[in-house]
Structure formats: structure tokens, C-alpha cells
Ligand binder design. Sequence first.
Ligand code: NAP
Length: 276
Amino acid sequence: MATIIDGKAVSAFLKDGIKKECLELKEKGVSVCLAVIIVGDDPASRTYVNNKKKACEAVGIISREYALPADTSMAELLALIDELNNDREVNGILCQLPLPKGLSDELVIKAISPKKDVDAFSAENVGHIMIGDHTFLPPSAYPQYCFCGKECVVVGRSNIVGKPMAMLLLQQNGTVTICHSKTKNLKEVTRRADILVAAVGKPYFVTADMVKDGAVVIDVGMDRNSEGKLCGDVDFAEVSKKASYITPVPGGVGPMTIATLLKNTVTAAKQQNGLI
Ligand code: NAP
């Protein structure tokens, strides 16, 4: 039976450090502020935004919410982002994705200043991750283990999850394979993995027969099952019998994502105030 990687405990540890950093910044006259934009009334997006706001408050980051109706135009959204880019009191900007139909996630990612892009989604920040000189870590990619020489397989190649995750594993000296919907014989590839990362967006997609005995399984998925309950991309009940370590959903990668977002916001504040 696998050891469960407790993302909540690791993130609690990280948050303690972030809280201290916020206090030190306050003593220097710097208040850290994250602007959070949510468009429409998708319940999952609302839950994620509420969790992020709560986490900000717990460490002493001011969170300013901008809740816009679903019929907001692209021009209105871009105007708000422009205003926040130029607001000296705002250190980080987060726009909860995906946006409602008719609005473009890509245009929003392009519009947010790379200096305030604490999700690290912009081409500039992804580029920094590629060449290994990043200031902002991608929130859902937070490797904590020794990957040296290990076979790492990432299922999913999105710009915001799969690719940055693969880059970080590569920088940590893993031998990395990226799979996607056109990959042939997926099961054969995933069964080679010492470290298997699932970033597919399909509930229970990774089954036990796709996993090597003793593999470390990282489930980035945040999906809804047929009962509408939050679940991951991995069939946790079966895969945990084979893996050596596994992240649960909820309580695995999700809390780490939030901790990384907070850390990036503090880093942005320090950078904007000439403190790093
Ligand atoms: P996405 O943009 O939809 O990308 C999904 C990837 O999975 C694509 O590369 C796709 O391949 C691949 N894929 C789909 N079906 C496949 C199949 N049958 N076999 C192999 N590969 C397949 O999703 P995303 O934004 O990367 O998100 C992935 C998951 O992570 C979602 O559940 C999302 O909610 C979650 N997420 C979690 C966090 C967190 O904090 N834990 C943060 C962000 C996202 P193609 O490229 O060929 O289409």
C-alpha cells in the first residue's frame, strides 16, 4: 500500500514560512496584495477562488476580489487587467480559468504583466521555466523529491500544467517522456515510469494496469466524477495498492498549488519593491 503524500501538511509548512515573510515585509512598509478576478458563476471556480482568498488571508496577503458577470466583454476584462497591471498596490494578478464561453483564456494570459503573473502562465514566465532561471514556479508543478536518473512520464502536455511540470522534472535530472491524446500504446509508456504524473483532466483515467509496482504517482487532476464529487485523474483506490507514494485528490497537489501561488505573490512583491 502506497504512502500518501500529504499535500496539506507540506503546504502548511510552506505557508508558515510565507507568513513570516509577509510579516517581515510589513515591517519594511510593504503590504502584499493579490488581485483575484472571477468571471461568471461556475461553482467550481467559485470554490477555488474562495480557497485562494482564504489562504491569502491566513498568511497576511491582502486579496482583492473582482467578481464580474458572465456577460462581461473581452474588452471590459482586458481593461480591468490593464488597470491592475498599473496599480502599484497590486503585486499579483490571478484570473480564474477557464473563462466562460466567448472569452479567451489566451488573451487574458497575454494581458497580465509577466511581473504580476503569479500563476506563471505567460510565455515569458514559461520561457524562464524552460531555461531554468524562473522566479515564479508554476503552481501545479512543485517537485519535492530526488528525480535524478528516474524515468518520469507526464500524461498531458498543456502549457499550464503538463509542459512546465515536464520541464521541472527535466531540470531535476529526470528522464522525461510527455504523453498526450495521440500517444500510441500509452499503457506501455506509463508502465515504464518511476514517477508518473497525471495531468489529463479525466476522472480516474490512470488505472492500476498503467502503473509499475512501486512507482511514485502524482495526480494533478481536479475533476468531477459522475456524482459531481471532486476527484483526480488517477483511480486512487486501485493505484494506491501498487504505487510506493501517491498524492490524493483532494489534499495532494491542490494545496501545494495554493502555497506556490502565495509564494509567487510574495516574490512578486519583493521584486516590485527592489528587495530581490
Ligand atoms: P488540458 O489543457 O485539457 O490538457 C489535458 C491534456 O491531457 C492534453 O495534453 C491532452 O492531450 C491530454 N489527454 C487528453 N486525453 C488523453 C488521453 N486519452 N490520453 C493521453 N493524453 C490525453 O488540461 P490542463 O489544464 O492541463 O489540466 C489537467 C488537469 O489538471 C485538469 O484536471 C485540471 O483541472 C487540473 N489542474 C489542477 C491544478 C491543481 O492545482 N491541482 C491546477 C491546474 C489544473 P492533447 O494535447 O493531445 O489534447
